[in-house]
Ligand binder design. Sequence first.
Ligand code: HEC
Length: 134
Amino acid sequence: MKKILISLFFILIGCNSQSKNSNTNNKGIGPVSEVIFDEQINQNQAKSGEKMFNQLCSSCHMINEESLGPAIKGVINRRSPEWIMNMILNPTEMLQKDPIAKKLLTKYNNEYMYNQNLIEEEAREIIEYFRTLD
Ligand code: HEC
């Protein structure tokens, strides 16, 4: 019995880390296929990302708590940077086709995140800001 419990424990741990991995391996659907972070956060980029976030995103997102959409703190760890940028740049298709985004849509009462027509560079600044929230 003990042996069974112990192996069950490891199977569960295994599944858990696997699902975490598959979340961060998912790059989403859209224009962004690779993001490479510098080790140091680029504070200028992050500042301008923060400004944009406050203007365009804070009506639906808070940093530490859920509101219309998910809390933003920690998102940089639970998703790949490519996925987050594709979600910002291509939300409609993401919400139709990407498995993680589809789940979120159900969880958040079919509230659609809409396309704000940002360019890649702006989305990149926003995720640089997200790096500072960790
Ligand atoms: C109209 C409300 C609304 C606006 C405006 C909005 N979002 Fe969202 N966002 C949502 C909702 C709701 C979700 C969850 C998926 C869904 O239901 O569409 C979401 C999901 C996300 C996610 C995924 C979070 C996770 O836990 O994986 C990120 C990242 C995100 N939004 C970033 C942004 C950024 C950056 C902006 C501004 C450029 C923005 N959102 C503007 C409503 C919004």
